[in-house]
Ligand binder design. Sequence first.
Ligand SMILES: *Cc1c(COP(=O)(O)O)cnc(C)c1O
Length: 381
Amino acid sequence: MKDTLDRDISMVDLKSQYKRLKPEIDRAIANVINQSSFIKGKALKDFEQELAQYLNVKHAIGVGNGTDALQIALMSLDLSPGDEVIVPAFTYVATAEVIGLLGLKPVMVDVDLNNFNISIHNLEKVITHKTRAIVPVHLYGQSAPMDDIIDFAKKYDLYVIEDNAQSIGGSYFSKTNQTFKTGTMGHIGCTSFFPSKNLGCFGDGGAVFTNNDSLADKIRMIANHGQSKKYIHDRIGVNSRLDSIQAAILRVKLKELDDFSSRRQKVALVYDEELSNTDGIMIPNKEKYTNHVYHQYTMKIIESKRDKLKSYLSDFNIPSMVYYPIPLYKQKAFSSFYDGSGLTNTEVLCNQVLSLPIHTEMESETQNFIISKVKDFFRNE
Ligand SMILES: *Cc1c(COP(=O)(O)O)cnc(C)c1O
């Protein structure tokens, strides 16, 4: 295998995806500009309807980004200051940040070592009389164990808000033999359309979904300055909108989402087949209750070798990423919530995870080059 590749390798190749969809996307953007209906226009209404239909959920509401989606979802629950909200310790900062921002208390729970998601047997350890909600994250594109989480939430009368920013398009196969799209099983689901997400727009964007009519009304109101009718403000809200250009782009891409997912799954399958027998690598597991949509292809590498592998790959201009290097409870921003006890699995994962490039436009030559260098590293170690 060659020592260089005559092309740049990126974690996610947005440019090639755009080129493939260019005529339709350009037309969609031009349409919005021609109509000059940039905010709350027809494109947004159409997208919200199409997204709701795709997810099989009653309401989908476009907002400014995924972090706002989580914040607005929490605001709609009308919790009281100091109320506790359970979040996984191993996630992107946004999930816990909005809880702290609203004067609520993020309570971090350890995750499962194999699927990286909320670990059920740890939930009972953190429940108190102040616990009001739980925010499972479907990390890297694989659903959290929602049957168990929903049973737990029912037992303690908790709200469930799904952080679906990394798993839009994924499915969950419930114990009642129903198939749900991720993000539609809790009271509220949230997602992000950040460009590199599985369904990404050309800037910031996000959405909130729910089957509950009164929550949907509240969410719409909060996202629009707490306004119930024009210039009638019933509560303190925010200004958080998905604009028409982003909505028009997302309408084009939503039609491709299942194809995007299967392209990612094909790339993952090749990595799985090629790397599963390499000593030192644990390929991502696949839970039977969900179909993984591989926002990330995240392996586990024995601690001491993870960073060495990462730098070895970068010598060949192969990017790889550590999502996430530091547990949230070790971040200064969360020091006031942290009681000092470490969460074992989260600590281990922060030292072991490494994500390889995966996206909808991966070419075999590029992927084979990445695989050969990963194998070379372990051969030489
Ligand atoms: C990306 C992401 C968010 C935040 O989305 P933004 O659109 O960047 O605000 C929240 N949670 C998770 C798990 C994410 O990956």
